[in-house]
Structures are given as structure tokens and as C-alpha cells.
Design a protein around this ligand. Structure first.
Ligand code: GLA
Length: 746
């Protein structure tokens, strides 16, 4: 057992980040510094620094300066948001916690300590000894910080938790905010603003992460970008209702915080009951790329790891929608295998009476109407072709017109006798009811037992509106639903450890580090239009490394936007994620099929770099000229993409400056065209004279539009010249991309 110690100052340092934690005098821990790495401080130096950080009190406030800790307490005079709101029916609403024990990575802390990464555990009691608070603060090896809290009721009266949020201080120079908004088909759209006195609060009541989720809330020095400025960020790792906030109080303190958003009476603790908050992650870095890299390092260290050889996927949704037909879908599998696809996913429409989105959802039994001999002919053919077989589910949802809803109307989530407003003709199945949970689990496991299913696309296509438990007079059930969802994923995974699961929710509405503890990739958006995907991929990588982002090549005309794009732009966009195809290949021209085959071959050749390297996104003055890439961890090679999203002004774009390379090394930079050159190409001089590639061509070259089978030698430059001086851009038409392969030569 940790010994009683209440006078520790702890310094944790990892990967260029330091956290200095004041846990002295029995107070709850407060972060004195979270930011740039510091040299190891002696106990005396740490004490002096903690003293030096105490602000002078403002006039007409409490006499001692309030001390907003990880869980700010009102008792100290803090009049910003308290970390914990709750009461015993109106009593005990301002608890004053006293630290009982402090342990660092399992060892009791007996004196001020400086260490590397570590896990700090603090146990505290409120002064009336009715509540116990266990706080965890962990600095991970990659410099990412995370914290969570557990609150336990120690007495007979019921304690209602209204809100529990954890907060991290940020310095006063962090005045600019960046978080995200979005919608179905337009997920993770950045928005910037100024942090002013008051609270910038992002609340989510959708019962899922949400297409409009704040996602990651950043605060940084004015004008911060991908490669510059100091940036602090928080992310709430939770797939139910949640919150993010940035708060600045009049006296100047600033905090970033996050937590679950609890509905009225949702958490009522009896004696011995506990509430555990989600992890709140906090990432600091120079520029957004470093902030993102800390998230990536963490996700890449999870177990099980996703292999870099991510299988090229074909998802049938945009190819056939609900038009399931065995011959057609086997034909599609054969066409897919022939161009190098390695995983085939059968989407919505294979079960129950699900011939469109009005019926059958929730009945996870193969439909004899469309699959008279079951899925065996298709699954067997897919496997015989050497591909994995994946299947779509939406386990938390039902159509009212389904066998399950007819048999168990009481399993539908509702806050009143009347059911909630329908969305996509569906309601939510209450997995918080054990019988409902078991029913769904049994149906999924039966399919996993009958078929060799390598992959599940786990969908969730509506918000949770008035999501109560009918068996408890409509009490809120989102918290229980979220935990049941995680538990179901874990049960299925523990029985099928080889199974991969994708988190999909009307496209990209369930993307967070909570769901990523139980799933292996996310579907970024239902909008596959590469023009829009450029921005969505750019910002989804703020949290996730490329290998976790489902990134497909669809048909030339986007089903979502109606825009028409060349294959080179669709593919040159999609390869910076986990590549897939979502296209009726029977309708593709022979020329498109050849191009697709080449792009898939290129991806396979480069995926170990594309899916394991460091993501770099260049800051540019023109939001229509994006430049990004992936640099191998050892800096020996990289692939960059220069994207024109519109007619460029000035035309052509400025110099391309390549960040992330070794400044002291020399690199060969070559433009690469796995299929055709981009439309409107006017190459810069440094590319050198084009030569025939020697590849067999299946199309006619047209100068300036579709020259294929040419290679440009490119040129060799020192790394620091590439980052500081840059090289001229070519001229290309809007919605075109040029890829560069960069290879260290010395
Ligand atoms: C959601 C998903 C799509 C597809 C459909 C099926 O919209 O995001 O990819 O699976 O459901 O109904």
C-alpha cells in the first residue's frame, strides 16, 4: 500500500514534454507546468518553481490565490467551472478533497521526484469522508498526457454526479483556439477563434462522437500552424455524450478540459458504487504536426497493433447499395481480386427484410430472399480468390419494422412512452438491457461461427435522441449504452482475436480514442469526393495515423457531390490512408481498370512507408494549394503530395518547401505518376527532361493533359535547402495532384 504522503512535487518528462505536478500539502494535484521539456529539477528547484508560479491575488477575491487543479474545487475560491458537480440531494455539493496517498508507477511517493514517463495515482477523500476520488495522470512515452478520475460513494445516501471534467492549465500566450465542426458528409471541418474571458464550451448530446464533434480542442500562440507555434490540445476519449472546453477566468488563468456529458440523474451512486470518467488526453507540441504525432505514437503503440500491410479493401456500398444479387456480387469479387484487392466487404442489405433502409434493421440473420443458399457462395469465392471477407452490421440499431422491434418494443430507447423521433427510419436498441445485449451478441456470434468473417464494418447511423431506458421509466441511458457498446466489442474480439473491426457511423461520426481502444480503423466520411476528402483526411490525421483511416477510390462522378474527378486525383488522394475501392467495377472502363490496377500496385509497393511514417502537413498561404506527405521514421525516404484544389493564385503556386527531412542529408526528389500525369501539367525545369518509362501504355498521350508513361529524373538537393528554399511547383489544373518520391542519397 502506498504510504501517506502529501508533500510531493513530481516532474515527469518524455519526448520533449515535461509536466510538473504540485501535490503538496494534501491538496489535489495541480499542474504547474505542462509544455516544453525541462531538465530534471532537484527537489529544491522544483519547490522554488512551484512557489514562483503562485500568482499575485487580484483585489476583491479570496485572500489566497485559488488553485485550479486537475479537478478544480470551488472551496479554494475558484469561480470557474468546478471539476466535479454533484450532491447528496443538494447536500455536500462542494467537496473539499484531501490527498491520502500518492504513487508513481505503482511505487509510493515519499519525496519530490523527477522521472521519465510514468503513471501517477492519487487517492483522496472529501473532508466529510463520504466520497473517495482516485485520480490518474499518465505521461506516456511519446509525450502524450492523459488523465481520468474515479469517484466512489462511501455512504448510504445516494450521490448524483452531474458533471465530472478534468482540466489542464495552459499559459496566457495560448490565445487562439482551433477545434472542429462538421456534418454528415463533411466531417472534421476546422474552425478557429480567440480565447476570451469566459468559456468556449462544446457539448455533444448525440450519444455518439458526432460528425460535428469538437474532436480535439487546441489552444496556441497566435497564428500557430502545422509546423510552428506552441500548441496545447485536449481530446475526450469517449463515444457517447461528451464535452470539451477552454476557459479563461477574469484573473487570467486558462484551462483546457474535457469529460463525459451526463444527462440528468444518469449517474446515481449508492454505497460502494463508482463512476469512472473517460480518459482525457492532452497533447503539447510545436505546431499541429507535433501535437498529432504524439497521438499517432500512442495509437501505434496500442495492442493489438494494426499491421503496416493494410489489405486493400473493396466495399460494395457505392457499387450496389441495397441491390444484393449473388451473381453480381461474386462478379464484383472476381473483378476486385483481378486488380489486386485483398479484402472484400459486403455492406448493408444482406439480412432480414432489409431491402431498403425502412425495414429489417436489427434482424442479423442472412436473408433467404436475396441469399437463398446463405452467404457461403460469396464468402467462399472471396476466400478462394485470396481475399478476406468482411460483413456490415449496425448492432445498436433497429427499424421499427423488424422482427426484433416487434418482439421487444421495450428494448427501444425512449425517454417517454412515445418513441423518439425517427432518423433514417430507425430507433436505438438499448444495449444497457442485458437481454437485448445478449440477443445481439448471440446473433453476431452465430454468424461469426457459421462463416469465416475476417472483418466487421460496425455502423451506427443515427443520433441518440431522448435515449432513455423504458424499463426504468425513461431514465437516461446513454452512459450505459456507451459502456455496453465497448463491452460488446470486447467480448466479440476476445472470442475472435483475429477479427478486425471498423468504426463507422453515418460515415465518420464515431472517431475518437475511446472507440479506437476496441476497433481497428474508422470510416472517414460517406463523402468520397477527393476534393472534400483532401480536407477531411488532412484533419482526421490530427488524431489518427493514416493506417487507421478508411480511404477509398470511388467512381469518377462522386455519388455525394456529383463532381467528376480523374482517377489520378481520386487515387492520389486516397493512398494517404488505408486504401479501398468503392465502385461498381463492372461499370469502369478498361482504361480505368488498368489505371486502378497500377495505383493499387503503387500503394502496395509504398504502403510500408505511407502507413508507418511521420505525417507532415505544410503551412501555405493558399488553402487551395495543399502540400503534405509522409516521411519514414529514419528520414531515408518520403512521399509528398502537392494538391491543387482550385485555380491557383498566384499561378503557378509558390515553391514547395519539404519539411520533416534530415537537414544534413541529401535527397533525390522525383515526381511520380503511377498512371497518368495530371491534367494541365506544365513541369518546372528542375524536373528535367521527360523520358519514356518503358511501361506498356494503354492510352494515347496528350501533351499537357494526360501524358502517361513518362518519367522525369527530378533533381538532388540538401535536406535543409528543400525545407528552407524549396523547389518550384509545376502548373496543374484544379483538382489535380502531383506526388513526389524523396529518397536519401547521402
Ligand atoms: C452508413 C455508412 C455507409 C454505408 C451505409 C449503409 O451511411 O456510412 O458507408 O455502410 O450506412 O446503410
Amino acid at each position: 500500500m502506498p504510504t501517506d504522503n502529501r508533500d510531493a512535487i513530481l516532474q515527469l518528462t518524455a519526448a520533449g514534454v515535461s509536466v510538473l505536478i504540485d501535490a503538496t500539502d494534501g491538496q489535489l494535484p495541480a499542474i504547474v507546468h505542462w509544455g516544453a521539456g525541462l531538465p530534471a529539477l532537484t527537489a529544491q528547484q522544483a519547490e522554488t518553481l512551484v512557489g514562483a508560479s503562485v500568482p499575485v491575488t487580484s483585489s476583491n477575491t479570496v485572500d489566497l490565490p485559488p488553485r485550479p487543479g486537475l479537478l478544480p474545487g470551488h472551496h479554494s475560491g475558484w469561480t470557474g467551472r468546478p471539476g466535479l458537480r454533484g450532491s447528496f440531494d443538494g447536500i455536500g455539493w462542494s467537496p473539499k478533497f484531501r490527498t491520502q496517498t500518492v504513487a508513481l508507477s505503482g511505487t509510493p511517493v515519499t519525496a519530490s521526484t523527477s522521472s521519465g514517463p510514468g503513471l501517477l495515482e492519487i487517492s483522496a477523500l472529501d473532508d466529510a469522508e463520504r466520497l473517495r476520488l482516485d485520480l490518474t495522470l499518465e505521461l506516456l512515452p511519446g509525450g502524450l498526457l492523459r488523465s481520468r478520475a474515479q469517484l466512489t460513494n462511501l455512504c448510504d445516501e445516494k450521490y448524483t454526479v452531474e458533471d465530472l471534467a478534468l482540466s489542464f492549465p495552459i499559459p496566457s500566450e495560448a490565445t487562439e483556439l482551433l477545434d472542429f465542426a462538421g456534418n454528415h458528409n463533411y466531417e472534421r471541418i476546422p474552425q478557429r477563434g480567440t480565447l476570451r474571458t469566459g468559456t468556449h464550451l462544446r457539448e455533444n448530446r448525440k450519444g455518439r462522437t458526432g460528425a460535428d464533434s469538437a474532436y480535439i480542442l487546441h489552444a496556441g500562440t497566435p497564428g500557430f500552424g502545422f509546423g510552428h507555434g506552441q500548441v496545447w490540445a485536449v481530446h475526450t476519449a469517449w463515444s457517447g455524450n461528451h464535452q470539451h472546453y477552454a476557459e479563461r477566468v477574469f484573473t487570467g488563468e486558462q484551462l483546457l478540459g474535457g469529460g463525459e456529458l451526463l444527462l440528468p440523474g444518469e449517474i446515481r451512486l449508492g454505497r460502494g458504487d463508482s463512476y469512472t470518467s473517460p480518459w482525457i488526453y492532452a497533447s503539447y507540441g510545436t505546431g499541429l504536426d507535433e501535437v498529432a504525432r504524439r497521438f499517432h505514437t500512442h495509437v501505434r503503440s496500442r495492442s493489438p497493433q494494426v499491421p503496416a500491410e493494410r489489405p486493400v479493401t473493396l466495399n460494395v456500398w457505392e457499387a450496389v447499395y441495397f441491390g444484393h444479387d449473388e451473381d453480381k456480387l461474386i462478379d464484383l469479387a472476381e473483378r476486385a481480386a483481378a486488380i489486386g484487392v485483398e479484402r472484400y466487404v459486403l455492406d448493408d442489405g444482406w439480412f432480414g427484410s432489409r431491402r431498403d433502409d425502412t425495414s429489417g434493421l436489427g434482424d442479423w440473420v442472412v436473408s433467404p430472399d436475396v441469399w437463398p443458399t446463405g452467404l457461403h457462395p460469396l464468402a467462399d469465392r472471396v476466400h478462394a480468390l485470396g481475399m478476406q471477407f468482411g460483413l456490415w452490421f449496425e448492432p445498436e440499431m433497429v427499424n421499427p419494422d423488424s422482427d426484433v422491434a416487434r418482439a421487444h418494443p421495450e428494448w427501444i430507447m425512449a425517454a417517454r412512452t412515445e418513441w423518439p423521433a425517427e432518423s433514417r427510419h430507425q430507433q436505438v436498441l438499448n444495449l444497457g438491457i442485458p437481454e437485448a445485449y445478449e440477443h445481439v451478441k448471440k446473433q453476431i456470434l452465430a454468424l461469426l461461427a457459421e462463416y469465416r468473417i475476417d472483418y466487421i464494418k460496425w455502423d451506427h447511423n443515427r443520433d441518440l435522441i431522448e435515449a432513455g431506458n423504458q424499463l426504468e421509466a425513461g431514465r437516461p441511458g446513454v452512459h450505459a449504452q456507451t459502456l455496453a457498446f465497448y463491452a460488446l466489442l470486447e467480448e466479440i474480439r476476445s472470442l475472435h482475436p483475429e477479427l478486425e473491426i471498423e468504426s463507422c457511423s453515418s460515415g465518420g461520426a464515431r472517431v475518437d480514442l475511446g472507440v479506437l481502444e476496441h476497433t481497428d480503423r474508422v470510416w472517414v466520411s460517406d463523402n468520397i469526393d477527393p476534393h472534400d476528402r483532401q480536407t477531411m483526411l488532412r484533419w482526421t490525421t490530427q488524431l489518427l495515423p493514416p493506417e487507421y483511416m478508411g480511404s477509398h477510390i470511388a467512381s469518377g462522378r462522386s455519388h455525394t457531390t456529383g463532381r467528376q474527378h480523374d482517377l489520378a486525383f481520386r487515387a492520389g488522394t486516397a493512398i494517404f490512408g488505408h486504401l479501398g475501392v468503392e465502385w461498381d467495377l463492372a461499370k469502369a472502363s478498361p482504361e480505368e481498370i488498368s489505371g486502378l490496377r497500377r495505383w493499387i500496385a503503387f500503394y502496395k509497393q509504398e504502403r510500408s512507408l505511407l502507413l508507418t511514417g511521420d505525417v507532415v502537413r505544410m503551412d501555405g498561404h493558399d488553402s487551395n494549394a495543399l502540400f503534405h506527405g509522409v516521411v519514414s521514421r529514419d528520414r531515408s525516404c518520403a512521399i509528398f503530395a502537392a494538391v491543387a484544389l482550385d485555380s491557383l493564385y498566384p499561378d503557378p503556386a509558390g515553391r514547395l518547401k519539404l519539411r520533416g527531412l534530415d537537414p544534413d542529408a541529401t535527397y533525390r526528389v522525383e515526381p511520380v505518376f503511377p498512371w497518368t500525369t495530371p491534367s494541365g501539367l506544365l513541369p518546372p525545369e528542375w524536373w528535367g527532361q521527360p523520358a519514356a518509362s518503358g511501361r506498356a501504355t494503354e492510352r494515347t498521350s496528350l501533351r499537357g493533359t494526360t501524358q502517361d508513361d513518362v518519367v522525369f529524373p527530378g533533381a538532388t538537393f540538401p535536406g535543409n535547402v528543400l525545407s528552407k528554399v524549396g523547389v518550384a511547383s509545376p502548373r496543374i489544373h484544379p483538382d489535380q495532384v502531383v506526388l513526389y518520391r524523396v529518397t536519401k542519397t547521402g
